[in-house]
Design a protein around this ligand. Structure first.
Ligand code: C5P
Length: 238
């Protein structure tokens, strides 16, 4: 398969068309951003780590019966995915308090939540991705109530599967963000990326941050941390 015209360039990825209208060629970039672009740096090696980590995680989810957009890994920085109509929502699942949840509600980071909590954010850079609820989603016509129920169901299934995966490699899944799209027939499909850029992962023993908080909070180098996550994933058989 050949890479055709550039369709979209985001903060961390470029998307290209292919000869198959249903397939997108994704290239992971070395750029790291945080605080909606306020922090921006080139970090050599980040693109290949996230591409490989995301690919491995989607392969695992496929094996667990959770359908998703991933088709194949092409190179260290490239993968093929199914084309979807993106739903402009960031769906966050939290198992432990951290980040914006801790800040907003004054709950100490690391507090175990009795049940996973799902949150929605409207993907809109100009609005700074505001926190929204299901009534807002309906008002903005981002998704139907039935689609939201489906998204919540899949998000909880992903949470169960990922908790098992990460527990197997001595990482605690604190929280994570998912994105969804619609296939041409309207079916809701898990899309985008699942990596230390989009998950909070704490080492089960030391509780060290093994995710993008290393960059956001300027507490270390991201590359060796992401490499350690990839090595553990590659050593875990499924
Ligand atoms: O910042 P906050 O605590 O709301 O983030 C919750 C989770 O969602 C974290 O795992 C974070 O990495 C992820 N996230 C993301 N992209 C965003 C915002 C949050 O992947 N734009």
């Amino acid at each position: 398969m050949e890479k055709a015209e550039l369709l979209y360039e985001g903060k961390a990825k470029k998307m290209f068309a292919t000869e198959d209208k249903q397939v997108i060629w994704v290239e992971y970039l070395d750029q790291a951003t945080a605080l909606n672009g306020v922090m921006k740096d080139q970090i050599q090696g980040k693109g290949e780590l996230n591409n490989q980590i995301t690919s491995r995680i989607f392969q695992y989810l496929t094996k667990k019966g959770i359908d998703n957009h991933f088709i194949d890994i092409l190179s260290k920085t490239e993968q093929l995915v199914k084309k979807v109509e993106v739903i402009p929502l960031e769906v966050v699942v939290r198992n432990f308090a951290a980040g914006s949840f801790s800040k907003r509600l004054a709950v100490p980071e690391g507090t175990l939540l009795p049940e996973p909590i799902i949150e929605f954010y409207y993907k809109d850079d100009l609005l700074d991705d505001p926190f929204i609820n299901e009534a807002h989603i309906a008002f903005l016509e981002l998704a139907t109530p039935a689609e939201i129920q489906e998204i919540k169901l899949i998000a909880l299934q992903v949470n169960e599967a990922l908790q098992e995966l990460f527990a197997g490699i001595d990482l605690q899944l604190i929280d994570f963000k998912l994105e969804f799209g619609r296939l041409a027939d309207g079916k809701i499909l898990l899309a985008d990326e699942i990596s230390p850029d989009t998950c909070r992962l704490w080492d089960s023993d030391s509780h060290e941050h093994m995710d993008k908080d290393v960059y956001r909070r300027k507490i270390g180098n991201l590359v060796p941390v992401y490499q350690e996550v990839l090595t553990r994933l590659n050593n875990y058989s499924f």
